[in-house]
Design a protein around this ligand. Structure first.
Ligand code: F6P
Length: 388
């Protein structure tokens, strides 16, 4: 029987458990044995009890559980060849020659490096006497398949990563809650959301909650954004009112300021990776100070933090992780030595296989374009229309 390993790596994401469940059950359904590798690549490097066979009923009830039940780690040892040698040895000793890795682009790149080195790692293990040629013989080919698990939705080549819609839902719920208290006190709130270098969570939550202003890394605001933000928030074309820092309404028939018009709450969303055109970080406290000082708006900041990452997966992530987990096992069974490692993606609602390193390269290109201050190109690579 073939043995397929599954691990989760990098930041946990809702839906990772659904992915593991689907891989385990599809592997068993296809006549294979399934093995869970605990604590990400650390389990592969350490072996022993950290690699365990998993049966059908072991993953019962996992669809609705948050986080990752087999653990995750940002493993430094696996980044070194010595760590990968130990991992290769453990895999051969356990008879595992296929791995499904659910993680972000860094974790998936690590998996591809491992696959590329595989024959060399085995030869080295034979040379050093740690394994015999006979032991290694059945495991000449290593199959790796990636599943993108990340709340950030920052991987190119796929419309959605496992976890991003759960996180988005949680962010929207939190902003709705903040709205209530903002309304009560007629306050402004600057809400900082996760996403690392990607503005997807910030952009989608801003649209979904009707926020007043937004900052994302891919499209830094034009110079003078402070004035523009204040204008939009007050809805007037100028901020030079002699009487009050709180402006009069833009509507020529209306002579009221924003509070009198009934606008009792203001929400600005800032992605954690937001920056200006000189690539200086735009922080939530900077924005808060601007709103307070220029508009006299009583403003608070809320950093949503890891509540965005924990908790049960939403229906979409349960569905996506299940379909992609099934497809990952199919891909493992259909691969040959020549096939590039695939990553399972979703495009226009279809589950697909994409060459893993193409997707990783395109993802890194976006970061490079931002670094080069070519923001239009970054937005295009993110499949977004760019408009000044
Ligand atoms: O990649 C997921 C993510 O939650 C990012 O949005 C965030 O920048 C990062 O991980 C936080 O990592 P950690 O949990 O290690 O602090």
């Amino acid at each position: 029987k073939r043995r397929i390993g599954v691990l989760t790596s990098g930041g946990d994401a809702p839906g990772m458990n659904g992915a593991v469940r689907a891989v385990v059950r599809m592997a068993i359904h296809s006549g294979c044995e399934a093995y869970a590798v605990y604590e990400g690549y650390e389990g592969l490097v350490n072996g022993g009890n950290m690699i365990r066979q998993v049966h059908w009923e072991d993953v019962r009830g996992w669809l609705s559980r948050g986080g990752t039940l087999i653990g995750s780690a940002r493993c430094m040892t696996f980044r070194e060849r010595a760590g990968r040698l130990r991992a290769a040895k453990n895999m051969v000793l356990r008879g595992i020659d296929a791995l499904v890795v659910c993680g972000g682009d860094g974790s998936l790149t690590g998996a591809d490096v491992f696959r590329a080195e595989w024959p060399g790692l085995l030869e080295e293990l034979i040379k050093s006497g740690e394994l015999t040629a006979h032991q290694v013989e059945p495991y000449k080919q290593l199959n790796i398949v990636g599943l993108v698990g990340s709340i950030d939705n920052d991987m190119s080549g796929t419309d959605a990563t496992i976890g991003c819609y759960s996180s988005l839902t949680r962010i929207c719920d939190a902003i709705d809650d903040v709205f209530d208290t903002a309304f009560s006190h007629q306050r402004g709130f600057v809400v900082e959301v996760m996403g690392r270098h990607c503005g997807w969570l910030a952009l989608m939550s801003a649209i979904s909650t009707g926020a007043d202003w937004l900052f994302i890394p891919e499209m830094p605001p034009k110079d003078g954004w402070e004035d523009e933000m204040c204008n939009v928030i007050t809805k007037v074309g100028t901020i030079t009112c002699p009487k009050s820092p709180i402006m009069k309404c833009a509507n020529p028939l209306c002579n009221q300021n924003r509070k009198e018009r009934g606008k009792r709450r203001t929400i600005v969303i800032v992605a954690e990776g937001a920056q200006d055109r000189q690539l200086n970080k735009i922080s939530s406290s900077t924005i808060k100070d601007i709103l307070t000082q220029r508009l006299g708006l009583d403003t608070r900041t809320t950093v949503l933090g890891h509540t965005q990452r924990g908790g049960a997966a939403c229906a979409y992530d349960r569905w996506l992780s299940t379909l992609q987990g099934v497809e990952a096992v199919r891909a493992v069974l259909e691969m040959n030595a020549q096939s590039p490692s695939p990553v399972i993606t979703i495009r226009e609602n279809k589950i697909m296989r994409t060459p893993l390193m193409d997707a990783v390269k395109e993802t890194q290109d976006v970061t490079q374009k931002i670094h080069d201050k070519d923001f239009a190109a970054a937005m295009t690579l993110r499949d977004a229309e760019f408009k000044e």
